[in-house]
Design a protein around this ligand. Structure first.
Ligand code: HEM
Length: 479
């Protein structure tokens, strides 16, 4: 964990968070400091801020911060481009902890992603999984290789679009192409924007704009698409009076005269843009990394296949309702997320000054949690660099291990109030995609091992060499 100053001159070793003995609480410094929950293993060369001091990188720091300071760190404090649907002031992900965030979080948790609610859209996901299977089978028959990330993007974005809008992308009028193009541009901008938000003040001082023109271009195109879909839904709701998809649920909240918070059309559109971009890419990266680990670890592949063959068999395609019975599959996905968290760093801000482990932290201090490092900490994990899904099987975990401690050393979805609300959906996306690829195909790669070189270009941890492999059918084709 490092403490660093966001306003000091680059390269100087001045201090943002100060040992409490030297600078007691009550000191009015408003320096923006950045706390890392571990040394910056991944991108120390990319960050220009000065690291002033390093503390011991134990999970107890994470434990203390999330236990005692969760409300205090429940805002992100990122920069906003007011009128934009991405990173704008109507967004949810960067919304300050307050009335709007609480209202929207309640809708997300109770109306959009609750397991019982997800059951309603199960058929949509089953159909898209079939289409995913057929696309891979087609490539297998032609002996062509596939890029796992691209196939997973197609699967997950199709599902997400149908769940949110109640219909597929329209392939005829070029809508599908436009949406996929928008997604690709958004990922690229998101990467740049993460650093821009951390480096906001120095960049502004240097007069460097924060990609505003590019962001507004993408935002305007999303706006056009979503406005059309909102109108379609409004007309449908007026006729049928029933909520069948995520857009309907949000429109109902928008029209509710007695709602605790009056949301706007921009709130709805911003949420969709954020969920679409954030949820899809993180799930795609996890699918790709986990599949790469499975290919590199034949013993894991064998055990996973035995489990799937015995629970699901070879006469039907795996379904999401099988996942609760596939404990090893769940452990494999968890281990993939531990070693390759798609969001290895997440940002928060201390709203008020406080003291942590004897260090004085001024108000407005930025906190960057390095989940990647926490999840490879040798003090918390045995053989931390090894891919060992068995560690997540309950019989191999110490009975005495405090559940809370377990939670706070495993942070792929963040922690506390601002933790990811998409966990259930992400587990379905990744679990079914991985399960299907293992159940139905053998995988040929060029060379002996998949190259696991990582790149961290902003928000997401991705593969330098995207995983390409050739599928070989191992089951009779399913209709
Ligand atoms: C494997 C897939 C995913 C991973 C690893 C992941 C990880 C994360 C992380 C680390 C955060 C920040 C948490 C924090 O600050 O403590 C986050 C926030 C968030 N995620 Fe996910 N996510 C995934 C998939 C999804 C999906 C599928 C959705 C929804 C479609 C989603 C929606 C969100 C939202 C809305 C937030 C912001 C929460 C807030 O600020 O209150 N995520 N996610």
């Amino acid at each position: 964990m490092g403490l660093m100053d966001g306003e000091g001159d680059f390269g100087k070793s001045n201090c943002g968070a100060i040992p409490a003995t030297k600078s007691p609480i009550g000191n009015q410094r408003t320096h923006e400091a950045v706390i890392f929950l571990r040394a910056l293993l991944l991108f120390s060369s990319s960050v220009i801020f000065t690291i002033s001091s390093l503390l011991s990188p134990t999970r107890s720091v994470a434990y203390e911060i999330f236990r005692a300071h969760d409300v205090n760190i429940s805002s992100r404090g990122a920069v906003a481009i007011d009128e934009s649907l991405m990173f704008g002031s109507s967004g949810f992900i960067y919304a300050p902890y307050g009335d709007y965030w609480r209202f929207m979080k309640k809708i997300i948790v109770t109306k959009l992603f609750r397991p019982q609610v997800l059951e309603h859209s199960r058929d949509v996901r089953a159909e898209e999984l079939q289409r995913f299977y057929r696309r891979i089978l087609d490539k297998a028959r032609k002996n062509e290789n596939i890029e796992i990330g691209k196939e997973a993007t197609m699967l997950i974005s199709n599902i997400f679009y149908r769940m949110s809008m109640g219909r597929s992308f329209s392939e005829e009028n070029g809508e599908a192409e436009r949406v996929r193009g928008l997604l690709a541009e958004s990922y690229a901008l998101t990467k740049k924007f993460f650093f821009a938000s951390v480096l906001r003040r120095p960049l502004e001082k240097l007069g460097i704009p924060l990609f505003k023109k590019d962001i507004m271009g993408v935002s305007n195109r999303f706006n056009e698409l979503l406005e059309r879909i909102l109108v379609e839904h409004k007309e449908k709701l007026d006729e049928e009076h029933k909520n069948t998809d995520m857009m309907d649920e949000l429109l109902a909240a928008y029209r509710d005269e007695n709602a605790e918070y009056k949301i706007t059309r921009n709130h709805i559109k911003s949420l969709f843009v954020e969920l679409f971009i954030g949820g899809t890419d993180a799930s795609v990266q996890t699918t790709q990394w986990t599949m790469a680990e499975i290919i590199n670890n034949p013993n894991v592949l064998e055990r996973l296949r035995e489990e799937i063959d015995s629970v699901v068999g070879k006469s039907r395609l795996i379904q999401e309702t099988d996942i609760p019975n596939l404990t090893y599959l769940q452990a494999v996905v968890k281990e993939g997320l531990r070693l390759h968290p798609p969001a290895p760093l997440f940002v928060r801000r201390f709203q008020e000054r406080c003291e942590i482990k004897g260090f004085y932290v001024p108000e407005k201090t930025t906190l960057v949690v390095n989940a990647y490092a926490v999840m490879r900490d040798p003090d918390s994990w045995e053989d931390p660099e090894e891919f060992k899904p068995e560690r997540f099987l309950s019989c191999s975990r110490s009975e005495q291990e405090d559940e809370k401690e377990q939670v706070l050393k495993y942070l792929p979805f963040g922690g506390g109030r601002r933790a990811c609300p998409g966990v259930n959906l992400a587990s379905i996306f990744v679990g079914t995609a991985i399960g299907l690829m293992v159940q139905c195909f053998d995988w040929k790669i060029s060379g002996d091992k998949v190259n696991m070189e990582e790149t961290y270009e902003g928000m997401n941890l991705s593969m330098v060499h995207p995983l390409k492999c050739t599928p070989i059918p191992r089951t009779q084709p399913f209709s």
